[in-house]
Write a protein that binds this ligand. Structure first.
Ligand SMILES: [Zn+2]
Length: 405
């Protein structure tokens, strides 16, 4: 059914950002329309412009007057770990009180602790917990969410997590789009002598199985010293190419491991974290289609220096922001809040901020038909009760997102 919204205070179209492929953006690339109207059906946007300039052919459509509101492309959270059991509040308190993370991890904390809690929960419980988290994200204006497995860490439980994400995807479509990323290579369980051994025994055989069932949208790996080596990544990525499954990577977070260049050499959708990315890595990203995904919430929560966003942007890289929502290093599900706080710290202009959580975040998931409100694109947008676009992030931490009807 064809629909018409009119008299929006502002529509953020990002038409300029779309033309520039999300790179080297200036404020005018927001391409804002005041007193805007939009015509769309389930499949695509037909027309966007000023209400006063609505073409005659659409003038008889039943319309919804949305004065006092702002319309933006829907927010895309392109990096999350939403399916998990238990929490790590005690670990957080210990970190605040001066215990180093290395010691916590040595004592069985960190990812391996969440693995135990997740594997102790039943699939229906994990589904229910994740469903409630996704509903909350949706209430904040998020319409597409990438979810990684990675707290199962053995053949049986990683398969179960991947199936739970698939169930969530079916449950929420089309209201919320879920992107299912297979991250069995998140950490190396203690019963394996090496990362290579775990890769051969679990990650690769299960990859073949879930890819064969057609239930995953991408693979990911934690490329880091004491986790997975460059050799491990190359092995996994080669298999991904053979199976025609897109690649994402946790890259250059704790050390410069040349992860950005590795990602680019395998035409990854995105390289994520990048706190320690080298100048060569920045250059490689800038010359590629691989999105540089920054997760400033994690750096905030761990008290670490932020990623070199300005260098990436000025070099011409496509930069996205994501939440990294997880029980350990970033227990925050509110990407818009993270972006509001991060923008002044990372020195982002308003177009870079908004493209980072919409257009470029969609590209980080290979979704080229959303992220800008222009004719022909998918009608995936978020509505806010706000006087202007600026009010949405100016009032940081207050949720202004509303439903259209
Ligand atoms: Zn992550």
């Amino acid at each position: 059914m064809i629909k018409l919204y009119t008299h929006l205070n502002e529509i953020l179209t990002l038409a300029g950002a779309q033309l520039k492929d999300g790179r080297r953006l200036k404020a005018q690339d927001l391409s804002l329309i005041q007193d805007g109207a939009i015509v769309f059906d389930e499949a695509e946007i037909h027309w966007v412009g000023k209400t006063a300039e609505l073409p005659e052919v659409y003038s008889k459509l039943p319309s919804l007057n949305l004065q006092e509101h702002v319309l933006t492309p829907e927010i895309v959270d392109s990096h999350s770990h939403i399916v998990f059991g238990g929490d790590r509040a005690q670990e957080y308190a210990r970190r605040l009180n001066g215990v180093p993370y290395e010691q916590i991890a040595k004592e069985g904390g960190g990812i391996l602790y969440t693995m135990k809690e997740t594997n102790a929960a039943r699939p229906d419980q994990l589904f229910q917990l994740a469903k409630e988290r996704i509903e909350r994200l949706h209430s904040l204006g998020v319409g597409t969410i990438e979810i990684k497995s990675g707290y199962g860490l053995n053949f049986h439980y990683e398969f179960e997590l991947t199936q739970i994400i698939h169930r969530l995807k079916q449950h929420f479509a089309p209201k919320v789009q879920i992107f299912n990323t297979y991250l069995a290579a998140h950490d190396v369980p203690r019963d394996f002598e090496s990362s290579a051994h775990y890769l051969d025994e679990v990650v690769l055989p299960l990859f073949d199985k879930v890819a064969g069932e057609g239930i995953i949208d991408a693979i990911d790996i934690f490329h880091e010293k004491n986790y997975f080596s460059t050799d491990d990544c190359q092995k996994l990525f080669s298999r991904a190419h053979a199976l025609n499954i897109p690649i994402k990577i946790h890259a250059d977070e704790l050390n410069d491991n040349d992860g950005a260049r590795l990602a680019v050499s395998f035409k990854a959708l995105s390289a994520d974290h990048l706190l320690k990315v080298s100048a060569a890595g920045i250059q490689a990203l800038a010359e590629s289609a691989t999105v540089a995904t920054l997760l400033p919430g994690t750096a905030f929560f761990l008290g670490k220096p932020l990623a070199p966003a300005r260098q990436l942007l000025d070099a011409g890289a496509k930069v996205a922001l994501a939440s990294d929502f997880n029980p350990g290093s970033c227990h925050c599900d509110n990407l818009l809040l993270i972006a509001s706080i991060a923008a002044p710290q990372l020195k982002l202009n308003q177009a870079e901020l908004w493209a980072g959580i919409t257009l470029n975040a969609a590209h980080a998931l290979g979704l080229s038909q959303q992220g800008a409100l222009i004719p022909g694109m998918k009608p995936r947008f978020a509505l806010f009760k706000a006087d202007s676009l600026a009010h949405i992030t100016y009032h940081w931490g207050k949720n202004l997102a509303v439903k259209a009807e």
